[in-house]
Write a protein that binds this ligand. Structure first.
Ligand code: NI
Length: 176
């Protein structure tokens, strides 16, 4: 039984968070266990989504679980090569956050519904429509695979302010 391991989450700004990630073409055990580790890391944070570049791996893999109701069973999802294949005209706005930008939030408007295609943990091709928080989360995580952060949707001044706060936080963390 492989042991799940918590991974270190990169904090913005980091060049690895700005890269376009490579598609996964062979679902190895190493990638499966990376997905398990990412879920563990996400639940521990706690968060509702995490993308591989956030743990320093530049591969197209995201994990998410947007079940927030107290006592509801968890619904962990791991998606390899996730792709938005259809979007609604209707939009919704959420106050988004990101585990790589701790304690900073900003309103982002995105399509309210998206259809996503991906390869699951068992190597099976899947397709599903997501709405509400799931739709926002899956789009936010897929953005990470293209080096895009939620703050890129904010006004430049707000983005710069958040980036400066994160630089300061990183300096404090480095000092220990
Ligand atoms: Ni994020």
């Amino acid at each position: 039984m492989p042991v799940k391991m918590k991974r270190n989450i990169l904090i913005h700004p980091d060049p690895r968070l700005k890269k376009t990630c490579a598609p996964v073409d062979d679902l190895s055990d190493a990638l499966r266990s990376l997905a398990d580790d990412m879920l563990e890391t996400m639940y521990d944070a706690p968060g509702i989504g995490l993308a591989a570049p956030q743990v320093g791996v530049l591969s197209r893999l995201i994990v998410l679980d947007c079940i927030k109701e107290e006592g509801a069973p968890p619904q962990p999802m791991a998606m390899f090569n996730p792709m938005v294949i259809a979007t609604s005209d209707e939009t919704s706005t959420y106050d988004e956050g990101c585990l790589s930008i701790p304690e900073q939030y900003g309103e982002v408007t995105r399509p309210a519904e998206v259809e996503v295609a991906w390869i699951d943990r068992d190597g099976k091709a899947r397709q599903q429509v997501f709405d509400k928080l799931w739709a926002t989360c899956v789009q936010h995580e897929i953005d990470h695979l293209d080096g895009k952060l939620f703050i890129d949707y904010l006004r430049p001044l707000r983005r710069q302010m958040i980036t400066r706060k994160m630089q300061k936080l990183k300096r404090e963390m480095a000092r220990g």
